[in-house]
Design a protein around this ligand. Sequence first.
Ligand code: GSH
Length: 198
Amino acid sequence: MPTLYTMPETCSLSPNIAVAWLGASVKIHNIAYGDQKKDDYLAINPKGQVPALRFDDGDVLTEASAILAWLGAAHGKEGYARDTRIGRKEAEALSYMTSGVHATYGGHFNTQKFAESAAAQEEVKRKTYENLADHYRRMDGTVSQNGGEWYLGRRSFADTFLYVLTRWIEKTPLSIEDYPALKAHRTRMEADEGAVLP
Ligand SMILES: N[C@@H](CCC(=O)N[C@@H](CS)C(=O)NCC(=O)O)C(=O)O
C-alpha cells in the first residue's frame, strides 16, 4: 500500500483529505515539523518537503497536484481523471492554487529567501499580502460564480486545496471576513464527512 507523508498545518492536508474522500488504500504517515529536513525523510523526498507519496516499489511522487492527479486516476470514481469539463478545470484550479497561490505564500513563510534587510523583508511582506488579497478575491469570485458551494460547482479535489488556503489566511493580516464565499466554503469543508466522492 502506498504511504502518503504529511505534516500538520501544511498543504499535505489536501491529498490527505482526497485519500479520505476516495476511501483509497493509502497509509498516512504524519511527520512532525522539522523531521522533513532529517536524513530519514530526505531519503524519501530530497526536497525536504511534504507531501510525498511512496509506492511499494520505492518510487516516490512529490508535488501536491501530481499526487492528487494520481489519486484521481488510480482511485477516482466516475467523472474524475476523464476528459470532462470538470476534470480539465480541476487540473487548472490545482495548478493555479499550487503554483500561483501557494507559491505567493513564499513571501510570508520564507520572507528571508526573498530579501535580506529588515526593510526589504517588510516590503516583500507588504507586496505578498497585496498579491494574496488579489488571489483570495479571485477565488472568492470563482466560488460565487459557480453557485457559492464548491470551487467548481461540485465537489472536487480543488476544494481540498482551497481548504488549506482558507486556513492559512489566519496566519496573515488578511481576514476571511472579506471573502464571504470562501468563509462559507471553509465552514462547509469543516462539516464535510468526507465519505465518498459525489
Ligand atoms: N510545490 C510543492 C510545495 C511543497 C511545500 O511547499 N511543502 C511545504 C508545506 S506546505 C513544506 O514541506 N515545507 C517545509 C519546508 O520547506 O521545510 C507542492 O505543491 O507539493
